[in-house]
Design a binder for this molecule. Structure first.
Ligand code: FO1
Length: 307
């Protein structure tokens, strides 16, 4: 049994590799919900949808989110009214948010929505929201203004410096159904190559999660999302720097060293291995750029073999 901590695109790609070397039904992915957003009266869960669509083989391959071959009639029609179209919701993607919103309104927890959506797409990996309770990542910009995650990430194109990140609601949130059980029962826990601050951070902020990992640290392996000082995708390197960390795999090791036993880094960072091992983590060097599913499968294999 494998448990994975997952954010969006990088995690989804690794999981798409992992299902090629392990039985999908033996994998439980604990997914970040701090990016969730209410828009047009709909509840959107970007990381859960990115993981679901990627595992279903229907994700848009260029963006890594949303559905391939989408039409944008609703967004175009909304433009007529000057409505909010900065967060692009394709016509078929909208059905996911409509369905999720109705299930939530009918009193079903997010975890039941996730199971229904995953089943509808034939995804057999167990997808577990980190919590059924609302947790929202809030970003304080250098201007002092605090904004919601998607406002920072999409509306402002994460092109503004930040000074603080917090996870509103995390202290009061319960781990989602099956989350702690998966972390206790798994033979291996894989921390996917997602943004350590805003994708893995919210999951660790859920009461009980960090301690569950610390208890089994030796069988927790993380894959660095930072390669040669840069994020493979997104603003993780800049966020680390703006929050006072060196934008490198060494900072990832320092952030993870209390609950992970091993960090997989890219060959480009091989020279950092001594500094990473000085943080207490074992360091494994492997190709970590997932150019295709085969590369993702090899990376998943390398991560699991590291334990
Ligand atoms: N990212 C963008 O950069 N622009 C968008 O318009 C956008 C829309 C969107 C719609 C649904 C969805 O599931 C994800 C979407 N994303 C978009 C990606 C999303 O902001 C990120 O994947 C995560 O929140 C960060 O991992």
């Amino acid at each position: 049994m494998i448990a994975a901590l997952a954010g969006g695109v990088g995690a989804a790609r690794l999981l798409a590799g992992m299902v090629q070397i392990a039985d999908p039904a033996s994998i439980s992915a604990i997914v970040n919900t701090g990016d969730d957003i209410e828009l047009h009266g709909l509840h959107v869960s970007p990381d859960l949808d990115t993981v679901t669509y990627t595992l279903a083989g229907v994700v848009d391959p260029t963006t890594g989110w949303g559905l391939a071959g989408e039409s944008w009639q609703a967004m175009d029609a909304l433009d007529r009214y000057g409505g909010q179209t900065w967060f692009r919701l394709g016509d078929r993607d909208l059905a996911t948010h409509m369905f999720r919103t109705q299930m939530l309104r009918d009193g079903h927890p997010l975890s039941e929505v996730v199971t229904a959506v995953a089943q509808a797409w034939g995804v057999t990996v167990h997808l577990l929201p980190m919590s059924d309770d609302p947790v929202r990542t809030r970003i304080t910009l250098a201007s002092g203004e605090e904004v919601a995650f998607q406002d920072y990430f999409v509306r402002l194109r994460h092109s503004v410096p930040i000074t603080k990140v917090r996870f509103d609601g995390a202290e009061q949130a319960e781990p989602g159904p099956g989350v702690l059980a998966a972390l206790d029962a798994a033979d291996a826990v894989v921390v996917c190559p997602s943004n350590p601050v805003v994708s893995i951070g919210p999951i660790l902020a859920i009461p009980g999660v960090r301690i569950a990992l610390e208890r089994r640290k030796a069988t927790v392996v993380a894959v660095s999302p930072i390669v040669a000082g840069a994020a493979v995708k997104g603003p993780a390197d800049r966020m680390l720097a703006e929050l006072g960390h060196e934008p490198s795999a060494v900072s990832v090791a320092e952030l993870y060293s209390s609950f992970a036993g091993t960090l997989v880094i890219d060959e480009a960072d091989a020279a950092l291995a001594p500094r990473i091992e000085a943080t207490g983590l074992r360091c494994v060097v492997a190709p970590t750029i997932m150019v295709d599913r085969e590369a993702a499968a090899h990376l998943a294999r390398a991560a699991l073999d590291a334990l």
